[in-house]
Design a protein around this ligand. Structure first.
Ligand SMILES: [Zn+2]
Length: 407
């Protein structure tokens, strides 16, 4: 069974140390390469879809969360405040209030809407130590979050576009959702706002799901405290479901923070906030990718994409020269040194790398390599420059296929 905690340790992707603390994993170079590549993909997808990126601090004053409603509805999941010079600062439980204040810093015209801001930013959750583990139950989270400030008329289309972005990302990542869930309020006092607000927000999300042609299940009691949401559900190796991506409609925070835009009529109006996350937290996303692929990531995400395998010391200089070419082309590559074992042992040790290039005296003399794909295919030896160009093309296309036979 693909348990990301076991694979993560075996492949040296991430780990924890009791002196740092439970639920506070650190990322080792191979895990950091996967995470960095994922984050780059997200930022590029957002940039293409008209989002602008921001940075905001991981701390905020207690009052900020009293205004947002987190303090009264979400404080069980928050760390206790820190007293600093007579002020109370808290580790933020979400990025939304910071983004709402960024919107509020100046006046906006309806012509600027939808205004989309995105951030991959830190937040914290005060999970109990008994449940902490791996990358899925952590106390420090990097959230892929974005907020779209828009008019009521624009909500359904923005939510539909967010669902389409999520679909494209899943295709590139090789992730298959198990279902889409429309998460509604349940009973109890956990939720803010009027019943009309909730039913209107749910209707907009339903419109977006229908426009995207997605089947979904409506479930009560799974909404955020401030509004209903679409949850994209995935399953782990044991079949346990969790939420990877979300699209939410929020009338509450714009109200709480007094957000406005000037309409075509010259009057002030309240925008709606659409919250959306393509991969949720980076930690949970990478945990899922590790389990989904058993550590054999698609080539574009792999920590090491190409392992150069010189047969003997005599071919090492040629392998080193090829390594430089790989790095210049943006590929992640390394040389497996003959001193580290027989060719067979080195190839087995690197079996999760999508590509291995064996270099014997013949290849070295001819400027060629004998390529081995992770799936067992062995294309005819070909010039090294052609191999690198073809790998770079698969990686650049973020394909889940290893090799394009037609190229
Ligand atoms: Zn948000």
């Amino acid at each position: 069974m693909n348990d990301h905690r076991k694979i993560g340790r075996e492949l040296s992707l991430f780990d924890t140390d009791p002196l740092i603390g439970a639920g506070l994993p650190y990322w080792l170079p191979d895990g950091a390469a996967v995470r960095h590549t994922l984050e780059e993909y997200i930022r590029e997808a957002e940039r293409r879809a008209g989002y602008r990126h921001v940075y905001s601090p991981v701390l905020g004053k207690r009052e900020l969360y009293e205004v947002s409603g987190h303090w009264s509805h979400y404080s069980d999941d928050m760390f206790p405040p820190m007293d600093v010079g007579g002020e109370q600062l808290v580790l933020r439980p979400s990025l939304c209030p910071h983004h709402a204040l960024m919107y509020r810093r100046r006046a906006h015209s309806y012509r600027e809407l939808p205004l989309r801001i995105a951030e991959i930013g830190g937040m914290h959750r005060s999970e109990l130590s008994g449940v902490l583990g791996g990358l899925t139950r952590v106390r420090a989270i990097q959230l892929n979050d974005a907020h779209i400030f828009c008019t009521l008329d624009q909500v359904a289309e923005e939510a539909r576009a967010a669902l389409a972005m999520i679909g494209r990302a899943y295709e590139a990542l090789g992730v298959v959702p198990v279902r889409h869930r429309l998460s509604l309020a349940g009973s109890g006092g956990k939720y803010v706002g009027s019943p009309e607000m909730w039913s209107r927000a749910a209707a907009l999300l339903t419109e977006a799901l229908d426009a995207a042609g997605l089947d979904y299940e409506a479930v009560e009691g799974e909404a955020a405290f401030y509004g209903p949401k679409i949850d994209v559900q995935v399953a782990d190796a044991a079949g346990r479901e969790s939420t990877l991506s979300t699209v939410q409609v929020d009338f509450h925070q714009p109200e709480q923070f007094g957000l406005e835009y000037v309409g075509a009529d010259g009057a002030k109006h309240r925008p709606v906030m659409v919250h959306r996350s393509i991969v949720g937290s980076v930690e949970r996303a990478v945990a899922h990718l590790i389990e989904q692929h058993g550590g054999a990531f698609p080539a574009w995400l792999a920590p090491v994409q190409l392992v150069l395998q010189p047969l003997t010391e005599a071919e090492v200089p040629y392998a080193q020269a090829l390594l430089d070419q790989c790095l210049d082309q943006g590929l992640r590559a390394e040389v497996a040194h003959p001193a580290d074992g027989t060719l067979g042992a080195r190839i087995r040790a690197a079996r999760l790398a999508p590509y291995q290039a064996v270099i014997g005296p013949r290849e070295s003399a001819a400027g060629a390599v004998a390529l081995r794909l992770r799936d067992g295919r062995r294309p005819e030896p070909m010039p090294a420059a052609e191999v690198l160009a073809r790998i770079a093309s698969v990686v650049g296309a973020r394909s889940t296929e290893l090799w394009d036979e037609q190229a």
